[in-house]
Design a protein around this ligand. Structure first.
Ligand code: DX5
Ligand code: ZN
Length: 213
């Protein structure tokens, strides 16, 4: 299983020293962008994402938890994102936003909150490069994994196979050594934040996740 390291709960002031080895070990860096409207929290913006580019060359998997993603795509492309994922529950035209992301030659992803069914994004699946299943309510790191998300990643795996789609399957929230085994066979990558960032040896935690099949 590949890992996308969420820096949301990292110590921003000491990120380079505390996460140096974890950043060299992770496959992607997951950037959680929150606007205080789509979710009840505010996190980081494009300037911060751009500054992280100075300490790692790993691909940025940028997760927009914002109400109007269409207005901020260019800023997050310029900040160094390789994938930009937005929520189907946001206030935007989904297909136009996918096209806008693709116009910058990067990957476009859609994400669903825990209460949204896979059925509700079926029409978009032929056009996306990533589907991100939320396994917690978006807004905060450190929450418990929701078991209902297992059947969603399983369904996305089945749909991809049946229809020859090419999206990556990603899952976000509460991923650690005890929860990753439930989803490892269905996902291509999994986001992990607090399990890695709050450990004494973050790199070791990434190695544990990498070994889960
Ligand atoms: C939640 C974020 C997650 C979160 C993951 O809104 O989208 O990416 O940071 O953190 P953990 O792994 O602590 O659940
Ligand atoms: Zn996220």
């Amino acid at each position: 299983m590949k890992v996308s390291l969420s820096i949301l709960t990292a110590d921003f002031a000491n990120m380079e020293s505390s996460l140096k080895e974890a950043l060299s070990s992770t496959d992607y860096v997951h950037m959680d962008i929150m606007d205080g409207e789509f979710v009840p929290n505010i996190s980081i913006g494009p300037a911060f994402v751009k500054s992280i580019r100075k300490i790692t060359d790993k691909p940025f998997d940028t997760h927009l938890m914002i109400m109007h993603p269409q207005n901020y795509i260019k800023q997050f492309v310029d900040a160094g994102s390789q994938y930009i994922t937005f929520h189907v529950e946001a206030d935007c035209d989904v297909l136009k936003t996918i096209d806008l992301i693709h116009s910058y030659n990067i990957g476009a992803g859609i994400s669903i909150k825990p209460k949204t069914k896979v059925e509700e994004i079926k029409e978009y699946l032929p056009y996306v490069d990533m589907v991100l299943v939320m396994s917690v309510e978006p807004g905060f790191g450190g929450q418990s994994f929701m078991m209902d998300s297992i059947e969603k990643v399983e369904e996305l795996c089945k749909l991809r196979k049946e229809n020859h789609y090419s999206y990556l399957i990603n899952i976000d929230g509460g991923i650690k050594d005890t929860t990753a085994p439930y989803i490892a066979k269905y996902v291509d990558l999994a986001v992990s934040g607090s399990y890695v960032c709050n450990a004494d040896n973050p790199k070791e935690r990434i190695d544990i996740l990498h070994a889960i099949k």
